[in-house]
Design a protein around this ligand. Structure first.
Ligand code: 3UK
Length: 538
């Protein structure tokens, strides 16, 4: 029996034939299959307190304010009571969450899920227009919003009849959500949800087209906690997690909230986590496990000597490919081998990765325990070893778009096709090539932009770069590099010749960039991804 009274989301799950095949390949996943009851918030929070560990630190704000598991439980219960008793939340309804990372935002996520609602996270930088698209697509019923980000939401709420109630939190003076929650009881009985009730809608950070909402069940969140974190990250309850990805991005929701909570660890939630702020916060909070994007590691490496980072022991990179040069810079600066992992909004978190011992420059790693991977050709057949193919994944989690024809593109024959081109090398490691639609065809050769980027990044004058195919009458496309130079270097003809020579000596010469353009910065998404389509637009 599903607990959703409002069946909007459940009714818009993909047809059974379009769902990925779910596999529960580990003993610890078996209990999540079938008609079982499970509430992800109860599992992450109440189980910890019930085990007598309520006094452990759970959440730490950027201001240093600490919340124990017991305190988080009480506040989550108050917010859940407020949602149900005053805001009239019905199980299955969608609650939009908006704010920079903070303990209050984290507790709002947990409260919505505990009450049987569906949490719809939104990136802090979204403007009214984009928020409106999300509100309409998800038919959002109510919203909990950081007071400092209220303006765009209020503008978006005009003319969206489904959204009837907005409540603000984190206000400097009188914060309505906190005040209303304070009037509520700190006891709350969680919604008796089914393991396959929907608890999250994660809008893809996709850079083009209409937004897609990837839906996740309660069991998806718990399954993810039992795969990559338990088998690859292997953090301990005494770890202190920290990082930059927003909780609205499943990289952040998992890495900075669900995964630490699943083991009773603490997590520092920073409103701002630019490279200098993040390093200072690691020092201040004695953080031990860090999550951020490749470009952030590259930007931080130079600043490492200014901080005491002795506490740091594990560093995770995801969101886009980790260039070997960036891995090496971070290793030289800190002595730490980055744990790279590829994940996606559709699969909730990381499915191919390597721990510190397996990690190898230029490779992402191997399938995470609990997941199966293979590389397919255009006909859905497995490609021979050493050949580039389309990455296909099966596991306990998988793509379930809300009412979207693109389900048939992401899921084929039960496999999740992530849209990435990979090859498996002689050691069995998965080596990232490019997004399948970003492969460049030049003079009859298939060339992966990220490989050329990795080569350029090895040059000491290069701070950042992006490589694209530019249409060319003779060759179909030519390789073009857009380069941001480090301070003190000039983008002149001599630099262009030097960079071209450097690439020719580093990788196969036919892959060198025939055109190089210099810029001050590159267009990136809020999740740290290079927007190649914007580079192509010129
Ligand atoms: C790319 C990577 C190479 C790849 C994400 C970890 O990035 C996440 O989710 P998105 O939906 O994007 C998914 C796509 O991003 N990508 C991500 N990580 C890597 N490419 N190496 C990597 N390590 O194209 C993938 O298909 O925004 C990452 C955890 C949760 C996530 N949602």
């Amino acid at each position: 029996m599903n607990s959703a009274v409002d069946t909007f989301a459940r009714d818009r799950l993909p047809a059974a034939a379009d769902l990925p095949e779910f596999v529960f390949d580990l003993p610890e996943l078996e209990a999540l299959q079938g008609p079982v009851r499970l509430n992800a918030a109860t599992e992450l929070l109440d189980a910890r307190v019930a085990a007598g560990q309520g006094a452990r630190t759970c959440l730490i704000g950027g201001d240093g304010r600490r919340w124990t598991y017991a305190q988080v439980q009480q506040q989550v219960n108050r917010i859940a009571n407020l949602l149900v008793l005053e805001l009239r939340l019905i199980p299955g309804q969608r609650v939009l969450l908006r704010g920079a990372n903070s303990p209050m935002l984290a507790m709002a996520f947990l409260a919505v899920i505990k009450a049987g609602g569906i949490a719809v996270g939104t990136m802090p930088l979204l403007r009214a227009r984009e928020l409106k698209g999300i509100i309409e697509k998800a038919q959002v019923n109510l919203a909990l919003c950081d007071a400092r980000l209220a303006a765009e939401l209020e503008a978006a709420a005009v003319g969206t009849p489904s959204l009837t109630r907005v409540m603000l939190f984190n206000d400097v003076t009188a914060s309505p959500l906190e005040q209303a929650a304070a009037r509520q009881s700190d006891q709350f009985t969680a919604c008796d949800s089914a393991a396959d009730d929907i608890c999250l809608m994660a809008f893809t950070s996709g850079t083009t087209g209409q937004p897609k909402a990837a839906m996740h069940f309660h069991r998806d969140v718990i399954a993810a906690c039992r795969c990559w974190p338990a088998h690859v990250l292997r953090a301990s309850p005494d770890d202190i997690f920290i990082g930059s990805p927003p909780l609205a991005f499943t990289f952040g929701l998992g890495g900075l909230l669900c995964f630490p909570m699943a083991i009773g660890a603490a997590t520092v939630l920073l409103e701002k986590a630019t490279p200098d702020v993040l390093l200072a916060a690691v020092q201040q909070h004695r953080a031990t496990v860090m999550f951020t994007a490749p470009t952030s590691y590259r930007a931080m490496a130079a600043q490492v000597p200014k901080f005491d980072l002795a506490s740091l022991r594990k560093c995770v990179s995801a969101g886009e490919a980790l260039p070997a040069a960036t891995r090496q810079l971070w290793k030289d600066a800190t002595g730490i081998t980055i744990i790279d992992g590829i994940g996606s909004t559709e699969l909730f978190h990381i499915f191919v990765s390597a721990d510190e011992l397996q990690a190898r420059g230029g490779a992402t790693g191997v399938p995470v325990p609990g997941y199966r991977a293979c590389l397919l050709d255009d006909h859905g057949k497995e490609v021979p070893r050493g050949t580039v193919g389309r990455l296909a994944i099966r596991g306990p989690t998988g793509c379930k778009y809300l009412d979207d024809d693109r389900q048939k593109t992401y899921v084929q024959n039960g496999w999740n096709l992530t849209g990435d081109a990979y090859l498996i090398d002689a050691d069995g490691q998965y080596v990232y090539q490019a997004r399948t639609d970003d492969m460049i065809i030049s003079g009859g050769y298939n060339i992966a932009g990220p490989e050329v980027e990795s080569a350029l990044l090895l040059h000491p004058a290069v701070a950042e770069c992006g490589v694209i195919g530019q249409d060319d009458e003779q060759r179909g496309q030519i390789i073009k590099a857009i380069v941001v130079l480090r301070p003190g270097h000039t983008g002149d003809a001599a630099m262009t010749a030097a960079l071209q020579d450097f690439v020719k000596q580093t990788i196969a010469p036919y892959k060198y960039p025939r055109a190089i353009e210099y810029r001050d910065s590159l267009p990136r998404t809020e999740t740290g991804k290079l927007q190649r389509f914007r580079l192509r637009q010129g």
